[in-house]
Write a protein that binds this ligand. Structure first.
Ligand code: AGP
Length: 612
């Protein structure tokens, strides 16, 4: 959950690395560092805090060179201090490296190296790699020493290394954490993610686990960790750097909220084949789904927001396609001994495609003979490469830590999947099918209309911004909506505690906390359980709680039950989780803004959770 960058070429190295690190800051931002080979040795600058602190340090004492590496950190081992910031160097200061991942056997390796005389400076699990390479380099040339060191590591890593003895070279390797090569003209990059290299090149090569790469200005040598040479072509990235910038919005999160009509037209609209009256998944996905039989069951795994999308998917797949579905947090799934076999299809949902727990769940599923379908936003990511089939969400790059458009796109794909399987299993009659397709075709416009409530939501946010606790309640499809709404708020506004509950659970405990003015966001959109939700509102208000109600447009009766009312277009329940997400995201955003929060980079979080 850190961002790493390496550069070899003729551009000014520090400026190039800092620019690339800025595009990776979403991966971690508690400290940062840079190291440059300057022709005489390795020059290192590190700072605690955000990247701008490092940029100021580099501006005060510039770095010169043609080869270097940089890091933006999300601490796992050792506090976010200057000494723990990467790059880390060996005893002699002749090897510098940056790392993303966790070295699980660092303690035993450290003890061994300390006994051999190595002096450690930090509390990280990373520094040991530099000393281990140094130790092997006493008897091996550098590339072999690097390889020998990697073979001793347990855990996950993407590493990028420079060495004084190799003044024109940059080395990288991955096992369990993402690493890509940006292939330019007379220059090359290593990076955790594509946006880091996009302003220089669109030619990208993805590394697989247990692979190592040696880069020079005009050299690229890819091997396995065992040293076997590999051949792989770079692929061309089709989206550009503008798609990963703020475009006039104050925050990435707000930009991404407003991108949802477009994202959903990519995710859903482009897959509706109205003329043929079918959902146009690509051939590989159709073939994968065609093999689904009546004896099969589904297991959905995901983390965080993607897990909430999975819960919505469970309701839809069971209701429309009549398929039994289990949904698990990937972090639990991998340790609970799930019973899987060839009749199980595991659906793994992930925006980044790099979430360590979800990836581990996929590996476990495959080892037990299950088939894996990924729903993912990031082309070429580890999860897409390890799955048997992929449905891309095509939401475009999501930079803000709080997921918005990726969530609605995931729900969009799950809706398509549920309807496709309903038809495949003959669970739907033609008029109903046509209605569904018609509703889905209108989805981008409906979301556009839901966004128009922003001014009203901003006023409501101001009214409640000082509250310290929020509840979110919903039933059926809006139970996951309630979980997601609460997650959005607590994620970007850390001074507020927010919990989401199934509205029917209130009486079983949470209601005891309600007191005068306690804000409760209630999802009361049109649904078969609307009357029950209305009763839950009465229960809250009877205890003087304050209900912010999200309801369907045209519901005249609801206003007298609401302390604050937000409406979204009236639609069939099928698409209501997507519409409900819009006011929930805007409410969280504006409450956080009134509270002066760091919205795109909330404390203690990172966009991509590549460690367990
Ligand atoms: C969402 O707002 C969060 N940042 C987080 O819960 C996220 O959804 C989770 O870490 C899963 O990430 P993924 O979709 O990239 O796998």
């Amino acid at each position: 959950m850190c961002g790493i960058v390496g550069y070899v070429g003729s551009a000014p190295v520090a400026a190039t690395i800092l620019e690339s690190l800025r595009r990776l800051e979403y991966r971690g931002y508690d400290s940062a560092g840079i190291a440059v080979l300057n022709g005489h040795g390795i020059d290192v600058r590190k700072r605690a805090g955000k990247l701008k602190e490092l940029a100021a340090a580099v501006a005060a004492r510039p770095l010169q060179g043609r080869v270097g590496l940089g890091h933006t950190r999300w601490a796992t081992h050792g506090a976010p201090s200057e000494v723990n910031a990467h790059p880390h160097v060996d005893c002699a200061g002749r090897i510098a490296l940056v790392h993303n991942g966790i070295i699980e056997n660092y303690a035993e390796l450290t003890a061994r190296l300390q006994a051999a005389g190595h002096r450690f400076r930090s509390q990280t699990d990373t520094e040991v790699i530099a000393h281990l390479i140094e130790e092997h380099a006493k008897r091996l040339p550098f590339p072999k020493a690097f390889r020998a060191a990697l073979q001793e590591l347990r855990g996950s890593y993407a590493v990028c290394v420079v060495a004084e003895d190799e003044p024109e070279r940059l080395y990288g390797a991955r096992h369990g954490s993402p690493l890509i090569v940006g292939v330019g003209r007379g220059e090359a990059f290593l990076a955790s993610d594509v946006p880091a290299v996009l302003s220089h090149t669109r030619q990208v090569m993805y590394l697989n686990d247990r692979e190592m790469v040696e880069l020079g200005r005009d050299r690229l040598r890819l091997t396995t960790l065992a040293g076997t040479p590999l051949r792989r072509n770079a692929t061309r990235v089709t989206w550009d750097v503008a798609a990963a910038q703020k475009g006039g919005f104050r925050h990435f999160m707000l930009k991404e909220i407003h991108e949802q009509p477009h994202a959903l037209s990519q995710t859903v609209g482009n897959r509706l084949d109205a003329r043929a009256g079918r959902i146009g998944f690509d051939r590989a996905t159709r073939q994968f789904l065609d093999r689904f039989t009546s004896a099969d069951k589904l297991a959905i795994i995901a983390c965080g927001t993607a897990y909430h999308a999975g819960l919505v998917g469970e309701y839809m797949l069971e209701e429309f396609a009549k398929i039994p579905v289990d949904v698990d947090l990937a972090s639990e799934f991998r340790y609970r001994g799930p019973m899987l076999d060839r009749r199980t299809t595991v659906v793994a949902i992930s925006q980044s495609g790099e979430t360590a727990d979800t990836l581990a769940g996929i590996r476990l599923a495959k080892a037990q003979g299950a088939r894996v379908l990924a729903i993912c936003n990031t082309v070429g990511s580890s999860i897409t490469r390890e799955s048997d089939a992929v449905i891309y969400t095509h939401a475009g790059p999501e930079i803000a830590v709080a997921s918005t458009k990726a969530y609605t796109s995931q729900v969009g794909v799950l809706t398509l999947l549920a309807l496709h399987l309903a038809r495949q299993r003959r669970q739907v009659k033609e008029p109903q099918w046509r209605d569904w397709l018609h509703t889905l075709a209108r989805l981008p416009q409906l979301v556009e209309r839901a966004l128009k409530a922003e001014a009203a939501i901003k006023r409501i946010a101001k009214r409640y911004a000082a509250a310290k606790n929020f509840y979110y309640l919903g039933r059926r499809y809006h139970y996951p909506s309630a979980l997601e709404g609460a997650l959005k708020l607590k994620e970007i506004c850390p001074s507020i505690h927010a919990e989401g509950y199934a509205a029917g659970e209130m009486k079983h405990g949470p209601i005891s906390c309600i007191r005068e003015g306690w804000p409760v966001v209630v999802l009361a959109l049109d649904s078969p359980v609307y009357d029950k939700v209305l009763s839950n509102i009465q229960e809250v208000r009877a205890r003087r709680g304050s209900c912010i109600v999200i309801a369907s447009e045209g519901n005249r009766g609801i206003a007298r039950h609401a302390d604050a009312l937000i409406t979204v277009p009236r639609t069939p329940e099928l698409v209501s989780p997507i519409l409900a997400a819009i006011p929930l995201q805007l409410l969280a955003y504006h409450i956080a803004k009134w509270n002066g929060c760091d919205i795109d980079q909330p404390p203690n979080l990172a966009k991509s959770v590549t460690v367990e």
